[in-house]
Design a protein around this ligand. Structure first.
Ligand code: SAH
Ligand code: SF4
Length: 431
């Protein structure tokens, strides 16, 4: 989403207007993810839809942006079997978005465009992303990744790690504050390795949180190997830094973590969690899990279940291992068959859903500060918003206004959502 906003910012030069309706579009761009095979399959599905648009109006320019463009440049250009080569006019990788206006111009004149060079310096520092929400904003503080976890395609599709100018990030936060934004999420594949001159990520979080105390500050993602005590103390010490940490563990087995090249052990992870819980008792935690990594045994799988039981994460993103071409793990035998992967992922999901439901249930009767994001999808009488711990809350609107904070008393929950009513509105009236 953050990258798409950068692209919209680059195209926001008076020549183009944004439409949500594909039938009205002269240019259709799709931003893509390569992290797992099914993300790519979804894009092939979308390209099928674009084919229909293009057969109605052959003038339409179709562009594939992002990681898939980087990874599959040749396939996208020539894949006659799926007809993809015929419908894609532009293939633009994550570091070449600046070329889009001229590539689009050339495409109008029938010239295909391919721009997939990775950069060591591009951070789009001077580009003002076009943000449509008005309440929450993403800011990429760094690009690329140098970690080279053995399963991961990101270092290949997004290139070397580089951090954005510290002072420009702060300026952007100040601008967003003036425009009324209430929530900022600082983004990077491994924010803990952010560095600009003498400033590290904890310095950046501290300064950003001091720009406007009515704005909530979030960040993602922290790599467990690089998370510093200084960062934990900074999160604990600032009221408007959300007490929510996403800390992907991937596996509970040290043997698998080693094969994954994650650079930490399960006991390092446990110590880190204990330190976080001791410094920030009200913290919400979430994680990522990969199930069925090459050579994973039933015993390794049990260790993952154990660490989930023990840590009691509020939530988790859980994936079956998906082999990615050219990564170090690609050369290992993908020897956990799909049936076993399915059984294991189901066990993981069921356990985590039970824990998430219990964690949510513990919140019944408590009051939480919620930033109102907009109308609930299910009922026009209700709003949805988020707690500091990043949980979605549904509640009757009463007289509240999106983009403001309300205190919500939680009355019931399930594993995914909290429900409640306004306990104190922004004018401080209790009910
Ligand atoms: N930089 C982040 C992760 C970004 S990718 C970090 O290191 O925490 C988001 C998640 O996708 C990862 O945490 C991992 O759980 C999952 N993932 C990445 N590559 C994968 C693969 N090949 N198969 C399955 N899941 C994968
Ligand atoms: Fe991929 Fe590892 Fe980098 Fe995360 S830290 S993006 S999992 S290589």
């Amino acid at each position: 989403m953050a990258d798409s906003e950068v692209v919209l910012g680059l195209l926001n030069d008076g020549n183009y207007t944004l439409t949500e309706e594909m039938d009205n579009a002269d240019i259709v761009l799709v931003n893509t993810c390569s992290v797992r095979e099914n993300a790519e399959q979804r894009i092939y599905g979308r390209l099928g839809e674009f084919k229909a648009v293009k057969s109605k109006n052959p003038e339409v320019v179709v562009g594939v942006l992002g990681c898939m463009a980087e990874r599959l440049r040749e396939k996208l250009n020539t894949d006659e079997a799926r007809g993809v080569g015929q419908i894609v006019d532009l293939i633009v990788g994550p570091d070449e978005y600046r070329k889009l206006p001229s590539l689009i111009n050339n495409a109008w004149h029938g010239e295909k465009g391919v721009a997939v060079k990775l950069s060591r310096v591009e951070t789009y520092d001077d580009i003002v992303p076009l943000r449509t929400s008005g309440i929450s904003a993403w800011i990429s503080i760094m690009r690329g990744c140098d970690k080279f976890c053995s399963f991961c395609v990101v270092p290949f599709t997004r290139g070397r790690e580089r951090s954005r100018d510290y002072f420009n990030i702060i300026k952007e936060v100040e601008e967003l504050g003036k425009r009324g934004f209430k929530e900022i999420t600082l983004l990077g594949q491994n924010v803990n390795s952010y560095r600009y001159d003498k400033y590290d990520f904890a310095d950046l979080m501290k300064t950003v949180s001091e720009v406007d105390e009515s704005m909530r500050i979030r960040f993602t993602t922290s790599h467990p190997h690089d998370m510093s005590d200084k960062l934990i103390e900074t999160i604990a010490s600032k009221n408007n830094i959300c007490k929510y940490i996403h800390l992907p563990i991937q596996s509970g087995s040290d043997r698998i973590l080693d094969l994954m090249k994650r650079e930490y052990t399960s006991s390092h992870y446990r110590n880190l969690i204990n330190k976080i819980k001791a410094s920030i008792p009200e913290v919400s935690l979430s994680t990522d899990i990969i199930s069925g990594f090459p050579t994973e045994t039933e015993e390794d799988h049990r260790m993952t279940l154990e660490i989930l039981e023990e840590t009691r994460f509020d939530g988790a993103f859980m994936f079956k291992y998906s082999p990615r071409e050219n990564t170090p793990a690609w050369k290992m035998d993908d020897d956990v068959n799909d049936e076993i992967k399915s059984i294991r992922i189901n066990e993981i999901v069921m356990l985590q859903n039970k824990i998430s439901a219990e964690r949510n249930q513990e919140m019944v009767g408590t009051v939480h500060k919620v930033l109102i994001e907009g109308e609930s999808k299910k009922s026009s009488d209700d709003f949805h918003g988020r707690t500091e711990g990043n949980k979605i809350v549904i509640f009757p609107k009463e007289n509240s206004i999106p983009g403001t904070y309300v205190d919500i008393k939680i009355t019931r929950t399930n594993s995914a959502t909290l429900f409640g009513h306004i306990y104190k509105n922004h004018k401080g009236v209790k009910s």
